[in-house]
Design a protein around this ligand. Sequence first.
Ligand code: ACO
Length: 432
Amino acid sequence: MDAKNTKQATLTVDDKSFEFPVYGGSVGPDVIDISKLYAQTGMFTYDPGFTSTASCESKITYIDGDAGVLLYRGYPIEQLAQGDFLETCYLLLYGELPTPAQKKDFDHRVTNHTMVHEQMARFFQGFRRDAHPMAVMVASVGALAAFYHDSTDINDPKQRMIASMRMIAKVPTLAAMAYKYAVGQPFVYPKNSLDYTSNFLRMCFAVPCEEYVVNPVLSKALDRIFILHADHEQNASTSTVRSAGSSGANPFACIAAGIACLWGPAHGGANEAALQMLAEIGTVDRIPDFIKAVKDKSSKIRLMGFGHRVYKNYDPRAKLMQQTCHEVLKETGHQDDPLLKVALELEKIALNDEYFVSRKLYPNVDFYSGITLKAIGFPTSMFTVLFAVARTVGWISQWNEMIQEPNYKISRPRQLYLGDTSRNYVPLDKRT
Ligand code: ACO
């Protein structure tokens, strides 16, 4: 463990006291090391949803939820948003910003891994056209493990980096293929003369019968959206990737597990749900009734795109996202989009409403991303896929960090068992 033992914590149970080391991070809360708790006390801790549990040491991403701060490798997200996505990828993977020569080499290496094996195209034919593209992503990224299993020794840093580059480069190609398959258009092969995000837009929106010219404003906006989503500490999907990887599983399979977790509406599916919510509200005059329904606990309605497990202040990504949203809507001529009007008014009302203020519920990154992605031309079903494209680098960086950890262990939580105690089996013909 790299962290310093700063003090001790004492736990007293039934008049017996137990000492545990407390470690301080470079910034953020201290942690009590309870890894010997069971051995010392015969008890487990109970923390559903891991709200008070640090599952690992990490040097990648830092969030101060109360202050609304997000740092990748120490750099504030607002500053990184001035660069490009591949620069952020390099930073997350290697720990430092690249020099111009390193950046050129990195861009070249990613670009040269963008094609997928031609067999993958046939693999797609097995899906229904109306399959959710996230289902297709889980399957196709998992299928990459079938192409690169024997060539990936996870204990070899060089092979791990090759797998990482493959993943960053090929996930957008598979995402674009999932989109093309859903709309019944031919797959568009990557064009390596284009930058990462322009290439992705072209793979999604070009058709063979006409020239496709990338709109630089939209490409820049999507690139920034990728930066904002690139990593986010030990969130549900990242923890899933670490958990899957802790067994020594193939990295492509681990990323597929992360994609599956990201799909849920409480996580990556929230931008899709937020846009659907805005469409259902429809007009500004219907907002008060909607807010009333949200506050009524029996309705189970939540204000999608609001609230966050960690940010109890404004999500710093949401500010950048709102700015990006305005740039995209101006470029595409959607400034008068009724959904934007609903979003702005909803945000204004919620930010001044006691229910949301007292619970520290602020817009999260998903509140504006749906409107933005829709204006760029993506259907709602693709929103979470775009999130997966961006988060791939975060997952793979966290996976690499975990494997490098000299004493990493298989993830194996315990439980508080409330089921039946031991009882005897009764054969079927003797049961009443
Ligand atoms: N709308 C209305 N009320 C809410 C919302 C919301 N979006 N979020 C939380 N609350 C309320 C809860 O009802 C609860 O109220 P109570 O104390 O009176 O019971 C209180 O705020 C705390 O809520 P929890 O569910 O305990 O908060 P938690 O930290 O577990 O949830 C979560 C975080 C899942 C993100 C939640 O805020 C939510 O469901 N938001 C909507 C979905 C969403 O936008 N998800 C995107 C997350 S960001 C991302 O994945 C990129």
